[in-house]
Design a protein around this ligand. Structure first.
Ligand code: PEP
Length: 251
C-alpha cells in the first residue's frame, strides 16, 4: 500500500448546517491533526459550505459530496453538478453508493458518465461497488463488483483511473449491523485490486485506496482496517456521533 488509510464519513440525509457546526466543534476538540491518515466528510450538499468553513484550519481533512448529476448542466431540477461541487470546496465525490443504485435507480451507465465528469473537473471520485445478498448467495459477488468497476472506469484514461478511490460496500452490510468479516473484505478487495491491475498495471493499482464500508463501528473499525488489502473505511451510521467518529478515526 503506497498511501495513507482513508477514513470517510457518509452522513447521508443527516446533519444540516446547525448540527454540523456542533458536530465539528465536538469532533475537532478530540481530533488533532493526523498526518498518517486522510479523513473525508460527505455531508449533504446543503451542508457542504458549513463543513468546508468549519475545517478552514484543517486542510488535512477533505470534504466531499454524496452525489452529482450525470450531466454537466441543464434542466435537471433538484440536482447538483460537478462544477458546483468544486465551487463549494468539495474535493471528492461519492459515485454509485448502494442507496443511489438501489433506492434511486442509478445505473452503471450513469456511474460511467459521472466518473468522467468528476475526473474532468479534477475532483476525486470515490466509486462504491457491492453485491446484494441475493447476488452473494448466487456466488456472483466477484462478477458484480468487477462489472461495476469496469463501468466506473469505462471513460477514464489511465492516469484518471489511477487517481480514483474505490469503496467495497456489500449492500447487505450497509446499515444492517451485519459486517463482512475481515477475510471476506480482503478477498473482494483483492479481486478489485487484480481488476485494477489488469487495467492499469500492478504499481498503479497498488496506489488506489480500496475502502471497506458496511456497518463499521468503533468496535470493529481497527480489525477491519488491519485486514489485508483494506486501505480505509467508509462509515455511515457510526459517523453521525462526534465521539463515535473520533474513536473510529483513531483506529
Ligand atoms: C454507507 O452509507 O456507506 C455505510 C457504509 O453505511 P453504514 O456504515 O451505516 O452501514
Amino acid at each position: 500500500m503506497h498511501h495513507k488509510p482513508v477514513i470517510a464519513a457518509n452522513w447521508k440525509l443527516n446533519h444540516g448546517p446547525t448540527d454540523a457546526k456542533a458536530f465539528l466543534q465536538r469532533f475537532l476538540a478530540q481530533a488533532p491533526k493526523m498526518n498518517d491518515r486522510t479523513l473525508v466528510f460527505f455531508p449533504s450538499a446543503i451542508t457542504v459550505t458549513t463543513v468546508v468553513d468549519g475545517l478552514r484550519e484543517r486542510p488535512d481533512i477533505w470534504v466531499g459530496v454524496q452525489n452529482v448529476h450525470s450531466e454537466a448542466q441543464g434542466a435537471f431540477t433538484g440536482e447538483n453538478s460537478v462544477l458546483m461541487a468544486r465551487d463549494v470546496g468539495a474535493r471528492v465525490v461519492l459515485v454509485g453508493h448502494s442507496e443511489r443504485r438501489h433506492v434511486f435507480g442509478e445505473t452503471d451507465e450513469m456511474t460511467t458518465k459521472k466518473m468522467a465528469l468528476i475526473c474532468q473537473a479534477r475532483l476525486v471520485p470515490m466509486l462504491c461497488v457491492g453485491e446484494t445478498l441475493e447476488e452473494r448467495e448466487a456466488g456472483a459477488t466477484a462478477s458484480v463488483v468487477e462489472r461495476q468497476l469496469t463501468a466506473g472506469l469505462a471513460e477514464l484514461d489511465d492516469s484518471q483511473a489511477a487517481g480514483i478511490m474505490l469503496a467495497y460496500e456489500p449492500v447487505w452490510a450497509i446499515g444492517t449491523g451485519r459486517t463482512a468479516t475481515p477475510e471476506d473484505a480482503s478477498a473482494i478487495h483483492s479481486v478489485l485490486r487484480a481488476a485494477l491491475g489488469s487495467r492499469l498495471g500492478e504499481k498503479a493499482a497498488a496506489g488506489v485506496p480500496i475502502l471497506y464500508g458496511g456497518s463499521v463501528n468503533r468496535g470493529n473499525a481497527a480489525t477491519l482496517l488491519s485486514a489485508a488489502d483494506v486501505d480505509g473505511l467508509l462509515v455511515g451510521g457510526a459517523s453521525l456521533d462526534a465521539d463515535s467518529w473520533a474513536s473510529i478515526v483513531r483506529s
